[in-house]
Design a protein around this ligand. Structure first.
Ligand code: G6P
Length: 609
């Protein structure tokens, strides 16, 4: 949802800003721009519609220089993607602003500013911030940091923003409310970004800003003020992960790299669940909470919501714990009745998804026993604001379509199932079986990855199709939902998932020889039922691709293609089958030539409602 990067140094910063934008492009890629204050204190700006590489081309023809600047990659909310709506937005030829979020009262501010003779050149909500800053600087003679504080007091809604002013050529100001923002601490230089990933090439030391903080930085100066405008010290955190972690290496796409990293990511996540020393994983506080809870409510969005849906089957079937799962954007606005002794679990790769955060912030004071965040990003807002934290160890995920984050969420949720089951009468043998199944997971996933060329061949059947159906039963229904989501996100093929038993209640009407149908058919107690559903499809000419267990008894024929999955314990099959569906979506998108890592209209981190 838009990426911000800013730098103030005693060296040229244009390339630092551009590298930051390349790394932040997963947050939005409708347009990009940067503004620099030249060494003669002039404001220079370049903006381009489209991806960061368009801006890069513009800069290669007409480079910009300067030691102080801000940059932005946009995911349009107010105003179509265009050069005029691209950030930075300026006022009076002196102030430039970049912003992530939505200013909800932008219309009334716009009218007030128009009365003060400010002219607007874009359709964005952001432009009001530039004019507000200008107004306080010029008409009230405030300093840049004072002007920022006066301006943010007038803003309603969510924002992370950063601004420069030619009258303060070494300074950058920034502030955040409900949108992430970090400060990168260099030696004699400071950086600001929506995500630390943007700055890993220049520093490994970060300050995570809190709600309504305002910041002033110059090359050798840092001042953070809290919501009450009091100067505060914020802790500097040193990051240990390698700055190369988010480089493509020998892979063609981040999604491909992240699919293939799953054995390693799962291994790291499972190792952490077994290691009592590691921060937050099965901490004594989590153990104590698990002792007293009687029910679970999971809240999440997108792929993370699908992880919750899978977990519901595990919690109820294996641990005997009642579990509800809800999309965060629905949960937050609904009058709810919560069972006593319920644990709230939020699931979010980024830990910054606006609706998930709002759901957490909107719970009643005594509604839940505690809130537990399952997230992949330490120091994310969700992690900081939850009572308990369970960190997945997927490593940085760059591809917009989530892959390794999802499977590590599932592994974490299965480990939690085990912990809850132990307290709820799970038989020792079953406990042992689940535990060994989890241990075998990384190797089993390596087995699925060996199906790469087989799945690539299968993908050809989908390339020219407009629609696809995904079928599953039981715990494989949400797996089918995730398979359909992956396909639609990156290949733009309309894909729907159905619980196979529902086929005859509507979707069967869509089935003909142009409709490929993916079925997930492990050999479980529902296999016979699923086989009947598959026959219903066959009888109507549907083209079936079935992912099945070696002992499912299914065989390929003219209208039925069966792909045999590696043999493994039932408990981990939802994770194992998911990886095959990820590969399928990846290859279909590749065949279609879509932008796999940055699918149109989407963003990885959705920090607006
Ligand atoms: C976006 C991403 C999805 C992700 C969802 C929830 O829609 O494109 O991949 O599943 O947000 O994100 P979260 O960070 O909360 O898991």
């Amino acid at each position: 949802m838009c990426g911000i990067v800013a730098a103030t140094a005693s060296r040229e910063v244009a390339e630092i800003l551009m590298e930051g934008l390349r790394r932040l492009e997963y947050r939005g890629y409708d347009s990009a721009g940067l503004a620099l204050i030249s060494n003669k204190a002039a404001l220079q700006m370049r903006r381009r519609k489209g991806k960061v590489k368009e801006l890069e081309m513009a800069l290669s023809h007409q480079p910009l220089t300067g030691f102080n600047g801000i940059a932005h990659t946009r995911w349009a909310t107010h105003g179509e993607p265009s050069e005029l709506n691209a950030h930075p937005h300026t006022s009076g030829g002196r102030v430039a602003v970049v912003h992530n979020g939505i200013i909800e009262n932008h219309e009334s501010l716009r009218n007030e500013l128009k009365e003060k003779n400010y002219k607007f050149s874009s359709d964005t909500d952001t432009e009001v911030i530039a004019h507000l800053l200008h107004y306080y600087l010029e008409k009230h003679g405030k300093s840049l940091s004072e002007a920022l504080r006066a301006s943010v007091l007038q803003l309603e809604g969510a924002f992370a923003l950063s601004a420069i002013d030619i009258a303060h050529p070494n300074q950058i100001v920034a502030s955040r409310r409900d949108s992430p923002l970090v400060i990168g601490v260099g030696i004699g230089e400071y950086f600001i970004a929506s995500d630390q990933l943007a700055l890993r090439q220049v520093t490994d030391r970060f300050i995570y800003l809190e709600e309504n903080d305002t910041v002033l930085v110059a090359p050798d100066f840092l001042e953070v003020r809290n919501a009450q405008e009091v100067v505060v010290e914020r802790k500097i955190t040193q990051i240990t992960s390698s700055p190369e972690e988010n480089m493509l290496g020998s892979y063609s796409h981040f999604m491909q790299k992240e699919i293939f990293e799953q054995p390693k990511a799962l291994h790291a996540t499972l190792a952490a669940t077994n290691d009592s020393e590691s921060a937050g994983l099965f901490s004594p506080e989590i153990e104590k909470t698990f002792d007293i809870i009687k029910a679970v409510q999971i809240v999440a969005c997108g792929t993370s919501y699908h992880a919750g849906l899978v977990a519901r089957y595990w919690f109820e079937e294996l641990a005997g714990i009642p579990c509800q799962v809800e999309i965060a954007s629905e949960f937050r606005y609904r009058q709810r009745v919560t069972q006593p002794a319920t644990l709230l679990i939020t699931v979010s790769q980024s830990g910054e998804t606006a609706d998930t955060l709002a759901a957490l912030r909107g719970i009643g004071s005594a509604e839940f026993v505690a809130s537990l965040a399952i997230s992949n990003v330490d120091n994310s807002t969700l992690v900081r604001e939850s009572d308990l934290v369970f960190l997945t160890k997927a490593g940085a995920e760059v591809g917009v379509a989530s892959t390794k984050a999802f499977t590590t969420q599932l592994a974490s949720l299965l480990a939690i199932t085990l912990a809850l089951g132990r307290r709820n009468g799970m038989h020792e043998d079953q406990e042992q079986e689940i535990s060994s199944a989890l241990d075998s997971l990384p190797d089993t996933i390596s087995g699925v990855l060996k199906m790469d060329s087989q799945i690539r061949d299968l993908s050809a059947k989908f390339t020219r199709r407009k629609n696809a159906l995904f079928l599953g039963r039981g715990v494989y229904y949400p797996v089918a939902m995730e398979g359909a989501l992956k396909l639609k996100e990156i290949s733009y093929i309309h894909a729907e998932a159905y619980a196979a038993g529902e086929l005859k209640h509507g979707p069967l009407a869509l089935v003909d020889e142009d409709m490929p149908i993916v079925a997930i058919a492990p050999a479980d107690q529902l296999l016979e039922k699923l086989r009947s559903n598959l026959e219903e499809v066959r009888a109507r000419g549907g083209q079936l691709c079935v992912f099945a267990d070696p002992d499912s008894g299914l065989e390929s024929s003219a209208d039925l293609l069966v792909l045999m999955m590696p043999d493994c314990a039932d408990y981990i099959k939802p994770i194992v089958y998911t990886v095959a569906l990820q590969l399928l979506a990846y290859y279909v998108a590749l065949n279609k030539g879509t932008d796999v890592d940055k699918p149109r209209n989407l963003a990885k981190s959705v920090t607006v409602e």
